[in-house]
Design a binder for this molecule. Sequence first.
Ligand SMILES: [Zn+2]
Length: 317
Amino acid sequence: MSRKPFASSADLAEKAATLEQLADGVYAYTAQGDPNVGCIIGPDSILAIEARATPLMAQRWIDVVRTLSAAPFGDLVLTHYHAVRVLGASAFGAQRIIATTMTAELIEERGLEDWASEQGRMPRLFQGADTIPGLTRPTHTFEDELRLDVGGREVQLRFLGRGHTSGDLVVWLPQERIVFAGDLVEAQAAPYMGDAHIADWSGSTLDAVLALHADQLVGGRGAVVRGTAVDQAIEDTRAFLDTTLRGTREVMRGGGALKEAFELVYEQLAPRYAGYPIFDHTMPFNVQRAWDELEGVDHPRIWTAERDREVWDALTG
Ligand SMILES: [Zn+2]
């Protein structure tokens, strides 16, 4: 295998963003495989979903929201702790920043390391990094479910089990049957498993997402999907996870090394997924975490900028 540029460090071409209306007042802003954001506009306030990586990047999205409504931001909902989702939060001036209790704990435990890791892996998403005032800390947390009223519309924030991280929430609109799934589901983009609980994610957690029977789904990356494409996106994500875990287990049981697991899983996934955004980027970290999980490391090890490079060099070199 020839040497590839580290993670997404060479991905510097700007992606075109698209605003899509999912229902009256419900919008997603997707960008060809870059992290998605969304909003729910009420008469008196706006609920924002995800904050982007920097206040500068957040402001570009807020400028789009301002073409729709001049209302202030009430709640900013963060689906999980990853830096590209949270560090732009200050730009919204929201009344509350909401996440799960576990997400708040992960930010305390590993937020700084994750920031350095993600900025190193995805520099293009961190334009205006000097505008980040520091870690984003939720002002309001919950364990399993929080019901909100946005201008008479019911919005449920739900923890459906461990998955992409141990604290992911989904935003569920029961009347409109719309789910913002965060990175638990990717629509034609590669899932990142570096901080995941892969067996839980591919099992009961994705089952719970499927059981919502959403009509429209906004994944962490990729286009908005509708109708039968919702189940397809969930099953694409599940098959990706299962293949990674199964291939890694096979090599481990045969007494093979981590690098052999990486090569086998890569070979198995590439025909179906190699064209997906961040496929090459995620693979070393995905297989490393699968290996750890199979060895019994329940609480994912903290990624640092240095550890990212070590694993990348060891597996792709
Ligand atoms: Zn993530």
